[in-house]
Write a protein that binds this ligand. Structure first.
Ligand code: OMP
Length: 251
């Protein structure tokens, strides 16, 4: 799956993920139509899509149906990676149940997971040929200062995930928030070529400049922007703008 990201990134020259955080409270009409419109307007320009399950779960069975149809719709172009953002983390037996739905039925490319309960909770996700997970390490919210940053837990997670990533042939990446960019430099020092999923640009106010100053040339990244793209009146234009600014820094 790692290769799918790298190929896609090189093919379209973009590391941008559009986050389909399609909140019913901000949408007039049908969410599936809303998603299809965003996908139609952006698919040729983006590295991939991240779908946060919360906005679909809250609608009950109808929401899951929309989630499944959205994934199917993106898959008309099989080269586009799809991340399901569910931040799962539970004992092996339960993780196996999550994995069956996400990787066998939905056939997503990556799942976000919370690694706090330990390595055994990740293992069921890694048993599929093409599965991939992004483990939360340094999140974008201010609560990152509650547990992740004190005692450098985020670094401990990054190191362990890097080790696991080598063992499991590139099936693991980490989440690092752009809003806490100053800590990213230390992370790049302890990781090899694992993928970073970077949220926090756009509505959360993360600085692209600070992000790239701290990435220091590290380019195994995908940058997610949700609200600032999907709720803009011209999502395609917004994607082009983000691609341009980000690619200037990547040069
Ligand atoms: O795992 C994530 O994607 C994630 C981790 C994190 O630390 N911060 C974070 O914002 N996210 C997700 O990234 C998206 C950010 O959305 P916007 O702030 O609208 O761009 C949401 O789906 C969040 O749940």
């Amino acid at each position: 799956m790692f290769d799918k990201y790298i190929e896609r990134k090189n093919d379209v020259n973009s590391v941008l993920l559009v986050g389909l955080d399609s909140d019913i409270n901000r949408i007039d009409g049908d969410i599936l139509d809303f998603n299809k419109k965003i996908i139609d307007e952006t698919f040729d320009l983006v590295c991939g899509y991240k779908i946060n399950i919360a906005f679909y779960e809250k609608l009950g069975p109808k929401g899951l149906e929309i989630l499944e149809k959205t994934i199917e719709y993106i898959k008309y172009n099989p080269d586009i990676p799809i991340i399901l953002d569910a931040k799962r983390g539970d004992i092996g037996n339960t993780a196996k149940a999550y994995a069956e739905y996400y990787f066998e039925k939905l056939k997503i490319d990556s799942l976000t997971i919370n690694p706090l309960m330990g390595i055994d909770t990740l293992e069921p996700y890694l048993e599929y040929n093409n599965s991939h997970v992004f483990a939360l390490a340094l999140t974008s919210n201010k609560g990152a200062y509650d547990f992740e940053i004190p005692g450098e837990l985020y670094l401990k997670i990054a190191k362990k995930m890097n080790e696991l990533n080598k063992k499991h042939r590139n099936k693991i990446g980490i989440v690092v928030g752009a809003t806490n960019a100053k800590f990213i430099k230390e992370i790049t020092a302890v990781t090899d070529n694992m993928l970073f999923l970077i949220p926090g640009i756009g509505s959360q106010g993360g600085s692209i400049e600070a992000l790239f100053n701290n990435l220091n040339g590290y380019d195994n990244i995908v940058i997610n922007v949700s609200r600032a793209i999907i709720f803009d009146e011209n999502p395609r234009k917004k994607v082009i703008e983000f691609n341009n600014v980000i690619n200037k820094w990547r040069e």
